[in-house]
Design a protein around this ligand. Structure first.
Ligand code: HEM
Length: 555
């Protein structure tokens, strides 16, 4: 529910016009202000207290206790990790598929938590629920107004034209490229570790061939290079160069700074274009970064178009597929590329970061995974052409796939997202008025005890392996429903890059764990509950993940 600024201003003007003699400008202004403030105050009492408490059709839904008088559950929402309070509510509040909670100024949110409620929001009534307008004005600067932010018919059209780039057959062909790039990246990493290890001082007490790395930075640079080559046909060279401009630009864009949080909050109350124009540093940083990325994407398109015109284009990257479809204008293609660059590398890098963290907490799983990798894949030192790998090699690595799935379940890189009902509609027969905000929380669903059983809160890759010969439940991690795994969402707006991300993730993880042993640098990080986790779209350890990486021999 938003204040109707135009109506309030018009009523205030009319009041001031009739209430004053119109000879005094000051008198007119004072009356205008008084009328404005009175209306605003009445609205605030209605919107913040009366409506959510007594009049909302959603007020009968179960909700967490301990609401602040004005701020609802806001304190918890900002203090805890993204999605953390919702996880707690999902597991503790009895419900019929929907939970309501109140956010800043008691704004109502509803959260679908049963398979039926999720199915309606994501699949059967998907187009009743759109992305909120602040996504377009806020995220649009980072992601471009591409597939991620398109709606309705425009979304269907774009998705249809982009799908061939993600077809199964095409993804299979990408696996050797993913592997090759993972292999090369790990060789660069290993050189760096060995060079640093030679300079280790005695006080550091690090084992031989060991150095401390910040893992999320390495993961981001490698995934940026992978999406560069396979998505856009350009190698950005970020893995080899820690000062790579594009990597640094994304690093700044996705850093959860206090200013970024403030802007995100203001987007809830002010028109997006006003927020984007506020004279604060974050705005100019994002403006410059976004212009730089746009320029880069425009260059790439121009160069591909020249090759397409000269009939020398035989690439299969996402950009080439989009170009050949003929379904996009140049301007729109720039937006699509921005979307794929951002959505296609931060997410997978976050998955890598959390997986290394979990494998540090569970060294026995790390050893088991390494054993499988080393027994199934050629050494990283082997010549890639002499020892090629294929998608089939990865299909035959059950533990690798189990670890990847479990990590994506336990730490979904994008822990929550938002929708708004575009029309009056229903979820599980509950009336949902137009304009209601619907919070979709993969972190909460992926760890729901109702859907996963009493061990939902444990990291257990084995749940993805068959418990007996012919056990079909392994494919869904033995969950009660397909909707229990929400990491990539479901339905027409599910992640188009899901297959791409899973294949890339498996290659990267196999190469990293095959070559290195990872241990946490700081003992205090063992307590996940105390870790500061923040993020814009994706959620990672706020201060990075610092690990001791040891280069291992024998493979
Ligand atoms: C582990 C990695 C990834 C995760 C966890 C992930 C997760 C998601 C999620 C949850 C959504 C839906 C968000 C929403 O609607 O609010 C989404 C959408 C999307 N993702 Fe991914 N993603 C990953 C990797 C990728 C990759 C590698 C690409 C591209 C190569 C990609 C491209 C997209 C696009 C274009 C959309 C918008 C789809 C649409 O609205 O039709 N993602 N992703």
């Amino acid at each position: 529910m938003g204040l109707r600024w135009h109506a309030v201003t018009a009523i205030s003007l009319i009041y001031a016009y009739f209430a004053t003699s119109r000879t005094s400008v000051l008198g007119f202004l004072a009356s205008f202000l008084v009328a404005w403030v009175v209306q605003f105050s009445l609205f605030a009492v209605w919107a913040v207290i009366l409506y959510p408490t007594f009049f909302s059709p959603l007020s009968g839904l179960p909700e967490p206790s301990g609401n602040g008088w004005v701020m609802g559950q806001w304190r918890r929402i900002v203090d805890e990790r993204p999605g953390g309070p919702m996880l707690d509510w999902t597991n503790s509040i009895p419900n019929n598929g929907l939970i309501r909670f109140r956010s800043l100024f008691n704004q109502e949110r509803i959260m679908p938590v049963s398979p039926q409620a999720l199915k309606e929001v994501l699949v059967t009534k998907n187009y009743d629920f759109t992305k909120p307008s602040e996504f377009v004005t806020g995220l649009g600067r980072l992601l471009g107004i591409g597939l991620f932010l398109a709606e309705g018919e425009e979304h269907k059209h774009q998705r249809r034209n982009l799908l061939p780039a993600f077809a199964f057959r095409h993804l299979k062909d990408l696996v050797p490229i993913f592997w090759d790039m993972s292999r090369e990246g790990v060789l660069v990493m290993a050189d760096k570790v060995l060079a640093e290890a030679q300079q280790n001082s005695d006080e550091e007490k690090l084992p031989p061939k060991t150095a401390v790395l910040e893992i999320s930075d390495w993961a981001s640079r490698m995934t940026l290079d992978i999406i560069g080559v396979t998505g856009l046909g350009r190698d950005f060279g970020a893995t080899k160069d820690p000062d790579n401009d594009l990597a640094k630009t994304y690093n700044v864009l996705f850093s959860p700074s206090p200013q970024a949080q403030l802007l995100g909050m203001l987007q809830l109350f002010l028109p997006g274009w006003v927020v984007n124009m506020l004279p604060i540093k974050r705005n100019s940083t994002v403006g410059h970064a976004s212009a730089e990325i746009r320029g880069l994407c425009a260059d790439l398109i121009a160069s591909k178009k020249r090759r397409l015109a000269a009939k020398t284009l035989d690439d299969h990257d996402i950009l080439s597929v989009a170009l050949e479809s003929g379904g996009f204008t140049d301007e729109n293609l720039v937006d699509q590329l921005m979307t794929f660059l951002a959505a296609g590398h931060e997410t997978t890098a976050t998955a890598m970061t959390w997986t290394i963290y979990m494998l540090c907490l569970h060294p026995e799983m790390q050893d088991r995974l390494r054993e499988e990798v080393r027994s199934r894949l050629p050494s990283l030192d082997a010549d890639a052409t002499a020892a090629p790998v294929s998608a089939l090699d990865f299909d035959h690595m059950p533990y690798l796939n189990a670890v990847c799935n479990e990590s994506l379940r336990y730490h979904p890189p994008a822990p929550m997202s938002l929708r708004v009902s575009a029309v009056d509609t229903t979820i599980c027969d509950q009336h949902v008025p137009k304009g209601t905000r619907v919070m979709i929380v993969p972190l909460a669903i992926n760890r729901s005890r109702e859907l996963w059983g009493p061990d939902a809160g444990e990291f257990k890759p084995d749940r993805w392996l068959p418990y007996f010969e012919g056990d079909k439940g392994a494919a869904s991690g033995h969950a009660a429903s397909n909707y229990a795994f929400l990491t990539f969402f479901h339905g027409p707006r599910s992640c188009i890059g899901q297959g791409f991300a899973k294949a890339e993730f498996a290659c990267l993880l196999a190469a990293w764990v095959g070559r290195f042993r990872f241990e946490l640098r700081d003992e205090k990080d063992r307590d996940e509950g105390k870790m500061k986790i923040k993020g814009i779209i994706t959620a990672r350890p706020a201060d990075g993940l610092w690990v001791k990486a040891t280069v291992l021999d024998g493979w």
